[in-house]
Design a protein around this ligand. Structure first.
Ligand SMILES: *Cc1c(COP(=O)(O)O)cnc(C)c1O
Length: 396
């Protein structure tokens, strides 16, 4: 773990553990087990092999020349879309499932919004012989039927949550309740750099491989470090995974792209940084979208993976320190980027990743034709085909 984590999981004023007393012991146990696993060569070796042979790492760094022409700068895509189950999320779920096994816990639980984290957890749990229960809002389950069936085919039990707005935050509440009740036998596979310590640092560490690979690939291919790194930011796991290896390189500019939704002025978005409002959500203190009474606001994005009211606490700290810039792309820009990447490079990107592509299309000309820009293509867009078609017919 890095120095930033020194004060019991705080990143400056952000992070910490805001959970019921009953979970403190489980979090201490997890922190200890994770520290031991980090120091254990056998664990690290097994994880590397799983990342290579099951997950599909390393991923290529692809010089997207026709996209570069459109953007006005040199665009390199870090191809996380090629990973098993379709996105970066699997790095974290195999890491945590291996850890659960090491801790002697036979059962894992997860919560999922669009279903991507649920599928990645179900695949890893199957691979390591763990019982798996995934909580999903009933409304989300209806919208993402294919992912529900994928999880079931992978042997997971999907529990649809009928409470509240029947979406992600209700599923998280149920998963927390399950964890409190079954904490002796169960590990909670949290899906982004969120939640109580040690999750934000641990999930980040499982994704650091993205930036470690990209840094080596840049040095080999460009003969130098890149000028800019760009990644979309939901909770912030794919972004922090890419950025971390470059944090000490002062010449490398880093940009996190949040979901601008229907536009910041509309109130229907998931851009936490511009409002810079501090609150506690799901166990961590960070930037959240809330109203004047401290109630968490409804968020909106064309991409389910960016549609979340809290930002990972380390990102809040990186913002305050001025080390990472945060920008946003709206639904329309993301849909245009999706279409352009499909037609110019033969790649259907996830709508989440399309936000990062949209940023480079908007800002690329100002960077100039010699600028080397790495865009994290966090996932593939097969899951989004129906939604893109629906939106196109709605907007036509
Ligand atoms: C879940 C998801 C995201 C958002 O999560 P982060 O933790 O911010 O990375 C981004 N891209 C894809 C493809 C996803 O599935």
């Amino acid at each position: 773990m890095s120095d930033a984590d020194a004060r019991a999981g705080y990143f400056g004023p952000y992070g910490g553990r805001f959970v019921p007393e009953t979970l403190i012991h489980a979090l201490d146990e997890l922190e200890r087990a994770y520290a031991e696993a980090c120091a254990d060569d056998a664990f690290q070796r097994e994880l590397s092999l799983v990342l290579r042979d099951f997950v599909g790492r390393p991923t290529p760094l692809f010089h997207a020349q026709r996209l570069s022409e459109a953007a006005g700068c040199q665009v390199w895509l870090k191809r996380e879309d090629l990973l098993h189950t379709g996105a970066h999320k699997i790095d974290n779920t195999v890491g945590q499932c291996l850890l659960a096994k090491r801790m002697g816990k036979p059962r894992v639980i997860a919560e999922t919004g669009a279903g991507q984290h649920g599928v990645a957890t179900a695949a890893a749990a199957a691979r390591f012989g763990l019982e798996c229960v995934v909580y999903m809002g009933a409304e989300d389950a209806r919208r993402q039927r294919l992912n529900v069936e994928r999880m079931r085919l992978l042997g997971a039990e999907v529990r649809e949550v009928d409470a509240g707005s029947r979406t992600l935050k209700d599923a998280i509440n149920e998963a927390m309740r399950d964890w409190v009740t079954h904490v002796r036998t169960t590990h909670y596979v949290l899906g982004s750099v969120l939640g109580p310590h040690p999750f934000p640092s641990m999930v980040r560490d499982f994704h650091r491989v993205i930036g470690a690979e990209a840094r080596e690939q840049c040095l080999a291919r460009m003969g130098r470090l890149p000028d800019v790194l760009v990644a979309c930011v939901g909770g912030g796991s794919n972004a922090i995974g890419l950025f971390h290896a470059f944090l000490g390189d002062a010449g490398v500019r880093m940009v996190g792209v949040e979901a601008g939704g229907a536009g910041l002025g509309s109130g229907r978005h998931a851009a936490r940084v511009p409002e810079h409002s501090v609150g506690v959500l799901h166990g961590t203190r960070t930037l959240v979208l809330q109203d004047l009474h401290g109630q968490i606001r409804e968020t909106h994005s064309v991409s389910a993976g960016l549609d979340y009211p809290a930002l990972g606490p380390e990102h809040a700290w990186l913002h305050d320190q001025g080390r990472v810039e945060y920008s946003h792309a709206d639904d329309t820009e993301a849909l245009a980027a999706f279409a352009l990447l499909a037609q110019r490079e033969g790649i259907l990107p996830a709508l989440e990743s399309s936000h990062a592509v949209a940023w480079v299309l908007r800002e690329g000309a100002a960077l100039g034709p010699d600028a080397q820009v790495v865009v994290n293509l966090s996932g593939r867009g097969d899951k989004d085909v129906a939604e893109v078609l629906r939106l196109r017919s709605e907007r036509a």
